[in-house]
Design a binder for this molecule. Structure first.
Ligand code: PLP
Length: 219
């Protein structure tokens, strides 16, 4: 099951990369395991995946003991982070993709562990409440200069939901332009239904849940 689905997703990534004249190995496949139990992470690890995305600090805390021994696994927080949970998040995740305020940056830095971070950018009013506006990026970059443990690698976004993958393209393109302006290399964009479009627009990390693990029950 999972190995077959993984092969399908890898093929989709390879084809999209080839169309865009890019190398597939510069695109990280992040397995989004929210709602699924720790055993799903183990299965995905056994199938060769090393990067895992979780949305909720509390939910991942429940799985942490079972997965923290997986050598080389990297856990990314891809859901909104409240500053009162930042200390704990800094202990259990390696990457925080949803940094959106200077206060949160300071809290994460106080955790004392080195962390990779990405700025979550909110490009449209229809998107969820979290995320920094494009105009906030310079101030956030400046705030991060005062956070020695945090290494900023790029930008993340989640476009307004649409069945049509092409509807995501303008948002992905906009994120890429922002990354270029600010000299940031990585772009976390694209999910199960629109990963091809994201790769064509320069994504370096696609966050895939449903296409690997099947439908989720409601949180
Ligand atoms: C759930 C989620 C995903 C994965 O979505 P799928 O459509 O299941 O691939 C990706 N990114 C974020 C931020 C999510 O919350």
């Amino acid at each position: 099951m999972l190995p077959d689905r993984l092969q399908e997703v890898r093929t989709r990534i390879e084809r999209a990369a080839a169309r865009a004249g890019r190398r597939a190995d510069e695109i990280t496949l992040l397995a989004v395991t929210k709602i699924f139990p720790a055993s799903a992470i183990h299965q995905a690890y056994a199938a060769g995946l090393r990067d895992f995305g979780e949305n909720y600090v509390q939910e991942f805390e429940g799985k942490f003991a079972e997965v923290s021994g997986l050598e080389g696994a990297r856990f990314h927080l891809i859901g909104h982070l409240q500053s009162n949970k930042a200390r704990r998040a800094a202990e259990i995740f390696q990457v925080i993709e949803t940094l959106d305020s200077a206060k949160l940056a300071r809290r994460l830095d106080e955790g004392g562990r080195p962390l990779e971070v990405m700025l979550e950018v909110k490009l449209s009013q229809e998107q969820a409440k979290s995320g920094a506006g494009p105009a906030d990026i310079p101030a956030l970059i400046e705030a991060l200069a005062g956070c020695p443990r945090l290494r900023l690698t790029g930008l993340m976004t989640m476009p307004p939901w649409s069945d049509d993958p092409e509807a995501s393209r303008p948002w992905f393109r906009q994120l890429r332009e922002l990354a270029d302006i600010h000299g940031l290399r990585h772009l976390s964009m694209g999910m199960s239904h629109d990963l091809e479009v994201a790769i064509e627009e320069g994504s370096t990390e696609v966050r895939v849940g449903t296409a690997l693990f099947g439908p989720r029950r409601k949180a």
